[in-house]
Design a protein around this ligand. Structure first.
Ligand code: ATP
Ligand code: MG
Length: 424
């Protein structure tokens, strides 16, 4: 026997036993976006490597060590997208969607990063993201946070996530802060790891983002970004806080929150959970007013976020919040004998016509009554329809309840449809 080929490490199949939960989550997201009047945008999975180098920043985990980059047959350097924001800005610029316009966009799909696979961290993972262009006030920052809060409520996660908030200020304010931070870090250089030492000069803010607990312990009293904010950014931030207070959305100001990508300014936020262990950030975003111009467009303010869908799925499972996930089958239709089979298909189609929300599975492949009932039970259906030759002759179906103690009963298809209508 030849050796079986396995999937790439860190790239997972989504099996039928899981796809119902994924669809449930995705459907919630689509509906949420329509509730807020946002429109979907779909970008390719592969882009020019330059796009990510220019936007995410050379001195970031993603660009330094996580990108799947390869030369295609023409010798062009391409990269499997590690995130969606740069792609969305590229598309917006290319199609003239951004300048002097307002766009509220969302996307959903796979992203690729060459990381060490572990729970909540994969090499192919999925993000749902929102990007808003052309609006610079705190009102829109509040709106995108508000809509994530609604999602948590819909999914039952509100008590398990908390919002962390910070402002990175303007470029000038951040530059002043950087000087103070570097001075602070230089005095503690011996306590930093090699990565952080390097970043101290190339991208000092990223030291604050270090996942090394020793580094975190060594920099507990680092200067706070919030003390360096320019007046306008400070006003923007207090405007956001006020709106969140007004909406009853709780948050924790975390002056260490800087995010792993370079392009952010002003608002940054993360929704974090302690239900997942180390991989606790489920949603992260902020304002990136400079990125559109940096990627060749005309200056356009922008704000957005991305959430990791695997982490949400893990949370819903861990917290046992999956009871609202629809079952794959409601009704299983058995058929014993040739004329029964013909009648059964007919009944199945009538049910699908009249009750389109029902999931109706028709037994195929014959077999005796016992075998068919076993399959009916394994399908998870609540009801099996038993159709044999006598049912075919009398044009009736026998209804058998699989999950409750109730006598089986025979009726016409029309009666069955009426009964199922009142049941829903
Ligand atoms: P982390 O600090 O966990 O590495 P990040 O800052 O790299 O996250 P972002 O680039 O902000 O993450 O991506 C947004 C969200 O996408 C994260 O908050 C997380 O939920 C999810 N995510 C990021 N990387 C992965 C991954 N490798 N596997 C699964 N989900 C991921
Ligand atoms: Mg990362």
């Amino acid at each position: 026997m030849s050796k079986q080929i396995q999937a790439i490490r860190g790239m997972n199949d989504c099996l039928p036993s899981q796809s119902g939960l994924w669809q449930y989550l995705e459907n919630h997201l689509r509906h949420l976006m329509s509730q807020y009047g946002y429109q979907e945008i779909r970008m390719p999975i592969v882009e020019s490597t330059d796009l990510f180098k220019r936007s995410i920043g050379e001195v970031t985990d993603i660009v330094e060590k996580e990108m799947y980059t390869f030369d295609d047959r023409n010798g062009d350097s391409l990269t499997l997208r590690p995130e969606g924001t740069a792609c969305c800005v590229r598309a917006g610029n290319q199609h003239g969607l951004l300048y002097n316009q307002q766009q509220r966009l969302w996307y959903m799909g796979p992203m690729f990063r060459h990381e060490r696979p572990q729970k909540g961290r994969y090499r192919q993972f999925h993000q749902f993201g929102v990007e808003v262009f052309g609006l610079n006030g705190p009102d829109i920052d509040a709106e995108i946070i508000l809509l994530t809060a609604r999602l948590w409520k819909q999914l039952g996660l509100s008590d398990h996530v908390i919002l962390e908030l910070n402002s990175l200020g303007s470029n000038e304010a951040r530059a002043r802060y950087k000087d103070a931070l570097v001075e602070y870090l230089q005095a503690r250089e011996d306590k930093l790891d090699d990565d952080c030492k390097r970043r101290m000069t190339s991208n000092p803010l990223r030291v604050l983002d270090s996942k090394n607990p020793d580094v975190q312990a060594a920099i507990t009293d680092a200067p706070s970004l919030l003390d360096y904010l320019d007046d306008e950014s400070a006003q923007h931030f207090s405007g956001l806080c006020e709106r969140l207070d007004n909406l009853g959305i709780k948050y924790r100001v975390n002056s260490r929150l800087v995010r792993g990508l370079d392009y952010y300014n002003r608002t940054v936020f993360e929704w974090v959970t302690d239900s997942l262990g180390a991989q606790g950030t489920v949603c992260a975003g902020g304002r990136y007013d400079g990125l559109v111009e940096q990627l060749g467009g005309k200056a356009t303010p922008a704000v957005g976020f991305a959430m990791g869908l695997e982490r949400l799925v893990l949370m819903l499972e861990a917290l046992e919040l999956t009871s609202a996930v629809p079952k794959p089958v409601d009704i299983y239709i058995t058929a014993m004998g040739e004329s029964a089979e013909l009648f059964a298909v007919n009944v199945a189609e009538q049910l699908r016509d009249q009750l389109p929300h029902l999931r109706v599975l028709s037994h195929c492949g014959g077999g005796n009554f016992k075998k068919q009932m076993k399959r009916a039970d394994a399908s998870g259906a609540d009801i099996a329809l038993l159709i044999g030759e006598s049912e075919a002759d009398s044009q009736q179906v026998t209804v058998k309840y699989l999950r409750e103690e109730q006598a089986q009963i025979s009726m016409t298809t029309a009666q069955l449809i009426e009964m199922l209508k009142t049941k829903k």
